[in-house]
Ligand binder design. Structure first.
Ligand code: AR6
Length: 174
């Protein structure tokens, strides 16, 4: 499995699945969530509303993930996850690690072989970029060494909006 980092906009990535840094409501927001909904079109909000109506009436728990189609995005799937919000005292790194592990598990279930992640929780949810980079890269490395190298996810790409975020991830990736 290849792990890489690039600076850019996750909505334009030609990968099988992109990860959304959503909130528990799944009904949209600002940041990367707003950009993904804008690019995917209104069908994405409809799909999220349907999840709330059916399997997730109480919303998506912090650290979990759920898939929808990508609709008008180049990516076939959106894997919505909910990062811990430091401003609400959610400081457990295990919760943030889960935001990188759960989408990879979903990707395997869906047959998605390339996955792009943003810096989940590094924006509105207030985690330091260095902490997010360390936890994200550590989680993907651990996941890589615990899974079958044949088949499954072949590419993980961290897509960072700022050069500061790119630097933080590049430092961790070595
Ligand atoms: N592509 C890649 N990265 C982006 C993009 C983009 N188009 N836009 C922003 N980022 P945030 P969070 C970066 O705030 O901290 C929403 O309102 C951004 O610079 O999007 O998990 C949700 O609905 C930052 O480094 O997510 C939730 O309520 C990173 O993505 C809440 O924000 C994450 O910033 C989630 O907060």
């Amino acid at each position: 499995m290849r792990i890489e980092s690039v600076q850019g906009d996750i909505t334009t990535q030609g990968v099988d699945a992109i990860v959304n840094a959503a909130n528990s409501s799944l009904l949209g927001g600002g940041g990367v969530d707003g950009a993904i909904h804008a690019a995917a079109g209104p069908e994405l909000l409809d799909a999220c509303r349907e999840l709330r109506r059916t399997t997730l009436p109480d919303g998506l728990p912090v650290g979990d993930a759920v898939a929808t189609p990508g609709f008008r995005l180049p990516a076939r799937w959106v894997l919505h996850t909910v990062g811990p919000n430091r401003h609400r005292g959610q400081t457990d790194p295990v919760l943030l690690a889960s935001c990188f592990a759960r989408p990879l598990e979903l990707a395997v279930e869906l047959g998605a072989s390339s996955v792009a992640f943003p810096a989940v929780s590094a924006g509105v949810y207030g985690w330091a970029l260095d902490d997010v980079a360390r936890i994200a890269v550590g989680t993907v490395h651990a996941w890589q060494s615990s899974t079958d190298p044949e088949g499954g996810v072949e590419l993980v790409r961290f897509v960072l909006f700022s050069s500061a975020a790119l630097d933080a991830f590049r430092t961790e990736l070595g």
